[in-house]
Write a new protein. Structure first.
Length: 313
């Protein structure tokens, strides 16, 4: 039994009826990063949980005292301070008299599963958001192309088709970037190709090789910025301009998206899915920091990311 408990990656604990720790399996000490159980013996188990998790732990102890099982999930740090997410089953240990004499708690680390679920929800939300944006982009491209009313439709039609094909190429790049990676300049040019009416978008910067995950992050962010610009930013006005530049400095890439000549910018009252997606993609994939400045003359997004992380898979 001792060998079984040591081999298990579940954190198996025994609590007294007040919820104090009296035993933790060897395997449990390993996953909880406990180096000396004696230092925490007798501690109140709910105190290891934060906020709602602490309430759940107290409810579980109360249910076990009444002879019932209780299950919940929640975040709690290990003894070393590392965040984990746990699936917890709490059950009564029944004595010879048929009454609860102790409480058994079995916690399983589901941090990776939780992260996968978060990524799935993020991707589902992004897919829905991207479909809506794609329709808005098609509408914006059509409006931009046909803005000159005196131009015959026969003349405008080839340009419209070219821009829609460029939009299709950008969508292909969003799919392939997550598999093959890309050069930053090529990526930005392809993603923004549907919006490049004349010289309205300036792109400049040195060669930067991106890993598949970093290429996907940059493609998503650039795609979102371009969509926002054509929907209600600089590219929604004929005089609007966008400058996309980056440089290498002290082992970091400094990336800047700056709009000008568009409608007056006012800071949003709430952060939409698009802005959250940009920050999440750039922060978690590139290991960088992104900051958006809602200047009255045009939005400016600044990104700082370490070169060492841009090529890592």
């Amino acid at each position: 039994m001792r060998a079984v408990l040591a081999a298990s990656d579940d954190c198996i604990k025994v609590l007294d009826l007040e919820g104090r720790l009296t035993f933790m399996s060897e395997g449990g000490q390993r996953v909880m990063e406990v180096t000396d159980f004696e230092a925490i013996r007798g501690c109140a188990w709910p105190d290891f949980w934060d906020n709602a998790g602490s309430e759940e732990a107290r409810a579980a102890i109360g249910a076990a005292r009444d002879g019932k099982s209780y299950r919940f999930q929640g975040p709690a740090n290990t003894a070393a301070g590392n965040p984990r997410y746990w699936d917890v089953q709490v059950s009564p240990i029944i004595g010879p008299d048929g009454r609860t004499e102790a409480i058994l708690s079995v916690s399983r680390d589901i941090t990776e599963l939780r992260a996968s679920e978060e990524r799935y929800r993020m991707l589902a939300g992004e897919l829905n958001h991207r479909i809506k944006n794609l329709l808005a982009m098609v509408q914006g491209i059509v409006n931009q192309t046909l803005r000159q009313r005196e131009e015959p439709i026969e003349t405008a039609k080839p340009r419209l088709l070219d821009r829609l094909q460029a939009l299709g190429a950008a969508q292909d790049l969003l799919l392939s970037a997550s598999r093959h990676g890309a050069d930053l300049k090529q990526l930005v040019e392809v993603v923004l190709a549907p919006h490049r009416f004349g010289a309205r978008i300036a792109i400049a910067g040195p060669t930067v090789a991106l890993s598949p995950k970093c290429a996907l992050a940059m493609a998503l962010a650039t795609h979102e910025l371009g969509t926002n610009a054509i929907k209600y930013g600089a590219l929604s006005h004929e005089a609007g301009r966008v400058e996309v530049v980056w440089q290498i400095e002290a082992g970091e890439m400094l990336f800047r998206w700056q709009e000008s000549g568009g409608p007056l910018v006012t800071p949003p009252t709430r952060r939409g899915f698009g802005s959250q997606m940009i920050e999440k993609a750039l922060g978690s994939y590139l290991g960088g920091t992104a900051q958006t400045d809602y200047a009255a003359g045009g939005i400016v997004l600044s990104l700082r990311a370490p070169l060492s992380g841009l090529a890592e898979t």
